[in-house]
Design a protein around this ligand. Structure first.
Ligand code: SAM
Length: 273
């Protein structure tokens, strides 16, 4: 875990490097890799987790945005297949070519949520995702409906994965030290991911949770229909509930009901004309 000869960590790339080998081993162990499982590390940085992952018997790949660090990882870990790419623009569907893939990463905190948003619905045939994120984000990723931390990200992720809070990581194991605690979350794929409802669900969550203190009936007033009324009846939902009280499965069933007159889905932000 060399630290000399590197340029200054780039805040713009969320570079807080792990500097404690024990934590690195604990993180990799939490991925519960099976023998021969392929692994993709997101943001290997200076190789803190990579140095543990290379001890694993299966194929190890890494995706890094910083070109200096791409060169470093290629030099230091020749057996790791390094992709120089931006995780926010990556073609995650390509992971379908690596059945049983485990994704691991101490994610750049500034973009962890949007990256996870993309990965959970676009990765294919994966087995485990194990990520370090800010503790506050980990709490949102694993929050249950009805709790204060439950929001659009919780409901979205909950439609594709089973999320688990694994352990908290204190600031002193990083260089430079972040100001907040971090945490490890583990995802396993849901057998019934909301793939066909994804577009409608994404639009619905964004509009509902932008106004999370308002009642469902008020937020969706312009779209209220018999179909939504039936959904309320079947689900035992009162139109006065707030979005944070609706669990991921209820929201999945509601999403396709937000439709325009011709039967197509509408963007709930655009007023009915
Ligand atoms: N894994 C290393 C560790 O634990 O010490 C580094 C973790 S550091 C928090 C995040 C890493 O992600 C950095 O190496 C950074 O350059 C990389 N990164 C930042 N933004 C990225 C992006 N959009 N796509 C891919 N990698 C990115």
């Amino acid at each position: 875990m060399a630290s000399s000869g590197f340029s200054q960590p780039k805040r713009s790339l969320g570079q807080n490097f792990l500097s404690d080998p024990n934590i690195c081993r604990r993180i990799v162990a939490a991925a519960e890799l099976g023998p021969g499982d392929p692994v993709l590390e997101i943001g290997p940085g200076r190789g803190a987790l990579t140095s543990v992952l290379v001890g694993h018997a299966g194929p190890v790949m890494a995706l890094e945005k910083d070109s200096h660090l791409v060169r470093f990882i290629r030099q230091e870990f020749p057996r790791v297949g390094v992709v120089h790419a931006d995780g926010l623009e990556f073609c995650w569907e390509g992971t379908g070519g690596l059945p049983g893939l485990t994704l691991v990463g101490n994610l750049p905190y500034n973009v962890a949520s949007p990256m996870i948003w993309e990965m959970v619905h676009r990765c294919r045939s994966w087995k485990t995702m194990l990520f370090m994120v800010q503790k506050e984000v980990a709490l949102r990723l694993t929050a249950r409906a009805g709790s204060r931390t439950y929001g659009a990200l919780s409901a979205w992720v909950g439609n594709f994965v089973r999320a688990e809070y694994v352990f908290t990581v204190p600031p002193h194991v990083f260089t430079p030290r972040p100001k907040v605690d971090s945490a490890i979350v583990r995802f396993r794929p849901r057998p019934d991911p909301a793939l066909s409802e994804a577009a409608a669900l994404s639009r619905l969550l964004k509009v509902l949770f932008q106004q999370r203190r308002k009642q469902l009936g008020t937020i969706l007033k312009a779209y209220w229909s018999e179909a939504i009324e039936d959904w309320c009846g079947q689900a035992g939902v009162d139109r006065r509930v707030r979005p944070e009280d609706l669990d991921p499965d209820l929201l999945r069933r509601l999403a396709p009901l937000i439709v325009c007159g011709n039967g197509g889905e509408r963007d709930p932000k655009s007023p009915r004309t």
